[in-house]
Design a protein around this ligand. Sequence first.
Ligand code: SAJ
Length: 405
Amino acid sequence: MKKICVLGLGYIGLPTASLVATKGYSVLGVDVQKSTVDTINQGQIHIHEPDLDILVKSAVQSGHLKASLTPDEADIFIVAVPTPFFEEGFKPDLTYVESAVRSIAPVLKSGDLLILESTSPVGTTEKMRDWVKEERSDLNLDEIYFAHCPERVLPGQILKELILNDRIIGGINTASSLKAQEFYASFVNGSIHLTDARTAELAKLTENAFRDVNIAFANELSYICEKLDVDVWQLIALASKHPRVKILNPGPGVGGHCIAVDPWFIVDSAPEESRLIRAAREINDSRPKHIAAKIIAAAKKEKQSSVACLGLAFKANVDDLRSSPAVEIVQILAASGLTILAVEPHIKSLPKALAKYGNIKLMDLPSALQGSSIISLLVDHSQFRAVDRSLLAKKQIFDTRGIWQ
Ligand code: SAJ
């Protein structure tokens, strides 16, 4: 049975590890967090993703999936660790990729395949080979294969998309591409498209920059409409009736660890050429402050000391609060002295970053709606769509997602 070693057991690594463990591979998942390793070895999960608990449980019970703090010998290594950026200068931070690659170098042998799934700047797959070369001068690098196969799954639909989505594979040479193709074909139903490593890296960044630019267009329309006193939701619905126009939704900003990050990797590599991509990032990043300022102004005008804030996650129907524009807005409101009646159905307690304010209270939806005359809808969770509209009557509403139109 072929052995797979997956480095990084987060939103991409864990679903991938458990999926391939049910497809006839023996999988070792590696993570630097001991609590994560222990949780998985008990057949449980540390993240929220539909159906992942069932898959991990069966993979662990069958003996095909084990977690560990250290890598071991394998035929295929998949690197799925975070690739954030340094706040200063928006430069990519490849520390996790580098340390993952250096950690597997001691167990590498001729014929092994290293796959980089983490979204990375152009040139990173080639860097992986350089790091291995530094660690293992005894190895013939012509007999080690390196490929980038960017993950493309949407949080909330990861297990479905892991199987159904098309995949791009870019090897540092044709032999690497073909080896990676053989592996992905064993569990992916979508088409597999082969290219070189640099194109694969830029393709992934391009996908997320495309989405970011399109969301920025919608957010810019929202600013324009505010100035010209036009309803942006009606405007977008009407313009989108054109057969070749499909405008995305404006909102409180772009969150998560992908779309708000990846375009910076392009800007960093080609700053002069990426004017539109940079502008889109700036427009989307300006949204939380703009919305918070409007809510604070309304509260002052109405002499209100509290605001109900519905949703903290970075997008609808997920529990992930990382890089969430809703969290940024709530922090600004709390810092201004307002009491925040926060509703987030996917969490049981406030994260430290919010609890430290002391004036943010997590509560259920009816209590928050009753507790303030200012209601700000920050995340379009299904529960909020279903709100009885009569409960919103006579309230001042900031519907940043346009779900109560
Ligand atoms: N958003 C808007 N308006 C919209 C759509 C989204 O404001 O019309 C906001 C969301 O609320 C959220 C952010 O954008 O804050 C990003 O959400 P998303 O659903 O667009 O994307 P992610 O970050 O969950 O996942 C993206 C996906 N990429 C694309 O759709 C091109 C996913 O396929 C990638 O795998 C993922 O990034 C990733 O890991 O790179």
